[in-house]
Design a protein around this ligand. Structure first.
Ligand code: ADP
Ligand code: MG
Length: 233
């Protein structure tokens, strides 16, 4: 009974969240449609046309950002439980983010332990680390180092994501993960870390964040390892 109550409350929260997010996507799309309609006018001046097009682009970008930060989170509720090869997943994620890193003159350094499998939904794991690494790169607009390292012991795999970026104040740290909390204005969604926290929770993991303004941020994850697999291989 109690269990059910908790479940239905959770479901409600997810539904409310979903409503808030579809709002976040619908608003910019509605704006974009409006401006596209204005663009249909044959007698529009060149300058107006340019202005409207740049608004359309901006609105579409902001809808796309919400989807990017949130995508795997709203998948059908059954999440897979598979073996995740941490090292190869991390390599894939880094490859995906390399263009963004290059854009910001960020050098990605890695130091991976030899072996490690964890249990969870690979897509969720992807989303979680992409959101965190994207934040790290975005915190270094004038370049820096993004260091990804893993450590492994019998019970846990530790994944550390360290940046030499702008860092966070105590207040920012406290609000991290709050839905829609962002210091990036139009460039942020404030959904990335909320999604990270919920995925880590679903994977029975832990997350620890340390940050210092002007020096950077260290985000450390701990996920339980699959020991049986280690014994077999
Ligand atoms: P968004 O990236 O869209 O702003 P997030 O939920 O991903 O939303 O992050 C929320 C806020 O946390 C960011 O706006 C930023 O202020 C702060 N933040 C997260 N990661 C870092 C980081 N590595 N360095 C500095 N600030 C960060
Ligand atoms: Mg983010």
């Amino acid at each position: 009974m109690r269990q059910q109550l908790i479940k239905s409350e959770k479901l409600k929260a997810v539904e409310q969240m979903g409503a808030a997010i579809s709002h976040e996507i619908r608003n910019p799309l509605t704006a974009a449609i409006g401006f596209v309609q204005l663009l249909e006018d044959d007698y529009l001046s060149r300058q107006k046309r340019k202005e409207y097009l740049s608004i359309v682009k901006e609105e579409l970008h902001s809808a796309e950002k919400v989807i990017q930060d949130y995508l795997t989170f709203v998948k059908p509720s059954i999440s897979l439980s598979e073996e995740i090869n941490v090292k190869s997943e991390l390599r894939q994620i880094i490859k995906l983010l390399q263009p963004l890193a290059n854009q910001n003159s960020v050098e990605i350094l890695t130091d991976f332990s030899i072996i490690g499998f964890i249990k969870g939904d690979p897509q969720n794991f992807h989303q979680c680390l992409i959101n965190v690494m994207k934040n790290a790169i975005e915190a270094m607009p004038r370049g820096g180092y993004l260091t990804i390292s893993t450590e492994y012991n019998q019970n846990y795999i530790t994944i550390t994501v360290k940046d030499s970026g702008i860092g966070m104040t105590r207040e920012q740290l406290e609000r991290l993960g709050e839905p829609f909390y962002s210091t990036k204005g139009k460039n942020g969604t404030g959904l990335g870390m909320m999604v990270v926290y919920s995925i880590v929770r679903a994977m029975d993991g832990m997350i620890d964040v340390e940050s210092e303004v002007g020096y950077g941020t260290i985000i450390q994850f701990e996920f339980p390892t699959i020991t049986s697999i280690l014994k077999v291989r």
